[in-house]
Design a binder for this molecule. Structure first.
Ligand SMILES: Nc1nc2c(c(=O)[nH]1)N[C@H]1C(S)=C(S)[C@@H](COP(=O)(O)O)O[C@H]1N2
Ligand SMILES: [Mo]
Length: 254
């Protein structure tokens, strides 16, 4: 005997099916690799967030009076690398920021040139997966501005941040985000914290703020940004120092 299916059930089914299809499609863009169930869950999570965030909502912004004056730190706070120390001694006047990889016009910019570009200030909550959070006011150049100056080549998919601090496993810190997160209006390369030059402990002279994602994505001491079509050739291929060496998941959306 045929079961009667109401129009309503059919409609619900279609909506749920459509959403699942969307998640599957978005998850398919996940850079992988997928080795175990944990990775599958990460990919699905990414898909769900990608769909939900497609309107690019902003992370909450707080009032300037909410900032913590001595912003806490995680990871490296004073790079021991000789190159870094030389740059710092000269107030970063010899330091240059480079945007390279799959771009039409690679950029090489001094700190003064970055400071002269359009800027954004945002008072946001930083959340570290090690169990603390703090509010700070960050000022910097929107990453989208730099990307549009450089012009992306067809096939560009990820933005990799190469840092100047060597970690305890002798590798410099690196992290990556996709172009979706990179073009978010609150994704900036910050050179100021609470209205002052970015302190060394928080990543001087330049650090990433990607307000839709958790702490370890916010690369400090950034020197070079590389646009790639795949994360396979970066480090061990999982997209970041935490992902490659500490089992962190690549998609770190809040
Ligand atoms: N280059 C570099 N970037 C880094 C780290 C680091 O050790 N080196 N630590 C990460 C972690 S885990 C967090 S929570 C934030 C902390 O930034 P803060 O020290 O300014 O609080 O930086 C991230 N970016
Ligand atoms: Mo962190």
């Amino acid at each position: 005997m045929a079961t009667r299916i109401s129009r309503r059930t059919l409609l619900h089914g279609a909506v749920a099916g459509g959403a699942l299809g969307g998640v599957a499609l978005s998850s398919w863009r996940y850079p992988g690799p997928i080795h175990n169930l944990y990775d599958v869950a990460d990919a699905l999570n990414y898909g769900v967030h990608d769909l939900l965030l497609s309107g690019q909502p902003l992370a909450p912004e707080f009032s300037r009076s909410d900032v913590v004056l001595d912003f806490p730190t995680s990871g490296v706070t004073s790079p021991r690398d000789e190159r870094y120390q030389l740059f710092r001694e000269n107030g970063f006047s010899d330091w240059r920021f480079n945007l390279v990889g799959m771009v039409e016009n690679p950029l090489e910019l001094s700190l003064a040139e970055l400071r002269a570009m359009p800027s954004r200030t945002q008072t946001t909550l930083h959340t570290c997966d090690e169990g603390w959070s703090a509010i700070g006011a960050w000022t910097g150049v929107p990453l989208s501005h730099l990307l549009s100056l450089a012009g992306l080549k067809p096939g560009a998919r990820f933005v990799v941040f190469h840092c100047m601090d060597t970690q305890n496993n002798k590798l410099p810190y690196y992290e990556s985000i996709d172009l979706f997160a990179a073009s978010h209006p609150q994704t900036i390369l910050a050179y100021e914290l609470n209205g002052e030059a970015l302190p060394e402990k928080n990543g001087a002279p330049l650090r990433l703020r990607v307000e839709t994602q958790i702490g370890y994505k916010h690369a400090k001491f950034v020197e070079r940004v590389e646009i790639v079509d795949s994360l396979k050739t970066i480090g061990e291929g999982r997209g970041g120092w935490w992902e490659d060496w500490n089992g962190a998941i690549w998609y770190a959306g809040l």
